[in-house]
Design a protein around this ligand. Structure first.
Ligand code: NI
Length: 405
């Protein structure tokens, strides 16, 4: 159970703010260092070395090499109390950076195009702050530096390695810098926040032949095209309009000659949803349509379905705690958006299935500085002012959560 303090803005507020403001130049420096050496999932070796060097410098206990490159730092206050975990992901993407900034990626074809360099810097910031303010909180804060969020997923192996135990983590928070929101805003909501992400492949086997003699063939392209069209009816006609789902075909491969009918075709797509019941229904319905259309044309099929990440679902009390922390930091209640939601996915969901918690978006776009490109774009960058805001929201969350004796 989580209880929040009755006093939403503690008297230590000015001190917290000035301590974190003085960290801002270092937050920018760390983020830029990390931005220059982006590494793909489970290969975050330089990143992990950088994190470990900082933790050692600040005399913070940590365990390394968890799920390859993951690190868990543990910082205890001066009094016993609850255990709160804070999660940051560290990996980059296989994208060639097109920004011409002095801190651009030094690794060809790899880029921090999602802001995980910022997440790591913010996590270092809160580690630094807490290690110097142990007297301000009761209990323990565990900071989880996670590999491979972009895939294949580092959260699950870290949980399996026991990062939520010894001591048992009571609750968990995490953030994503978010260029869909302007700097100075926060998106946080109770309940479903980000969607489940799943992948499917449909292989359709017809009978190839001469393009001029179709009567001897079963045209796999015609069958596959009808499957693509029929799949559109799932969201339009089978899912309750008050629920939310996406079925997108992103891949259609077939044929090699213009005057031949293709023997086989392959479709690939992604499925997104919030409600667990849709996780059962959607794959069944996709296969039903695939089987029905194939049968109507005398074709056969193979169907493969892969569940990647479950939906990110926030605990109501933890969402309220983050909301009040965010309101105290950004000081404009209208800037804290309670209905923010996206069909994008995150493996923070595995942590939130294991313990109650809240994941939230930290607005980071600043169009006036040309810092508003979307995530995963070769020109993605964000307003670094958000780094200090992120550390301060985490500090306020710790203060609220770890002072409830
Ligand atoms: Ni991301």
């Amino acid at each position: 159970m989580v209880t929040t303090l009755s006093n939403p803005v503690s008297q230590s507020f000015p001190q917290v703010r000035s301590a974190i403001q003085s960290l801002q130049p270092q937050l920018v420096e760390w983020r830029r260092r990390l931005h220059q050496c982006p590494e793909l999932g489970f290969k975050e070796h330089l990143t992990a070395e950088f994190v470990m060097a900082k933790l050692a410098e600040w005399q913070i206990d940590y365990q390394a090499k968890i799920a390859e490159t993951g690190i868990v730092a543990t910082i205890s206050g001066t009094m016993p109390g609850p255990v709160l975990a804070i999660r940051a992901d560290m990996d980059a993407l296989p994208i060639q950076e097109e920004n011409q900034v002095e801190y651009r990626s030094q690794h060809d074809g790899v880029m921090h195009a999602c802001g995980h360099d910022g997440h790591t810097a913010i996590a270092l910031g809160i580690a630094n702050y807490l290690s110097q303010h142990r007297h301000t909180f009761a209990g323990t804060v565990r900071i989880i530096f996670q590999p491979a969020e972009e895939g294949p997923g580092g959260a699950k192996p870290m949980i399996e390695a026991g990062v939520l135990q010894n001591p048992q983590v009571d609750a968990m928070i995490g953030l994503h810098l978010w260029n869909l929101l302007p700097l100075g805003t926060v998106g946080v909501r109770s309940g479903p926040f980000m969607a489940a992400a799943e992948l499917f492949t449909c292989k359709i086997f017809g009978k190839g032949g001469h393009g001029a003699i179709p009567q001897q063939t079963i045209d796999s392209i015609v069958v596959a095209a009808q499957v693509v069209n029929a799949l559109q009816t799932i969201v339009a006609r089978n899912v309750d309009p008050l629920d939310t789902a996406v079925v997108s075909v992103g891949k259609f491969h077939a044929g090699s000659a213009r005057n031949a009918i293709a023997d086989s075709a392959e479709l690939g797509g992604t499925v997104r949803y919030f409600k667990p019941a849709l996780g059962e229904f959607l794959p069944q319905r996709i296969e039903q349509i695939l089987a029905g259309v194939c049968q109507a044309h005398g074709a056969s099929y193979e169907f493969d379905y892969q569940k990647l990440y479950p939906p990110v679902v926030n605990d109501a009390e933890m969402a309220q705690l983050v909301r009040s922390a965010a309101e105290a930091v950004i000081e404009t209640p209208a800037g804290v958006m309670p209905e923010c939601q996206t069909m994008a996915a995150e493996d923070m969901s595995f942590f939130l299935q294991a313990v109650p918690g809240c994941y939230f978006f930290l607005g980071s776009a600043n169009p006036a500085k040309d810092l508003a490109y979307p995530h995963h774009h070769p020109r993605f960058d964000f307003d670094e002012t958000a780094l200090g805001i992120g550390v301060e929201i985490f500090a306020r969350c710790v203060e609220k959560f770890c002072d409830r004796q």
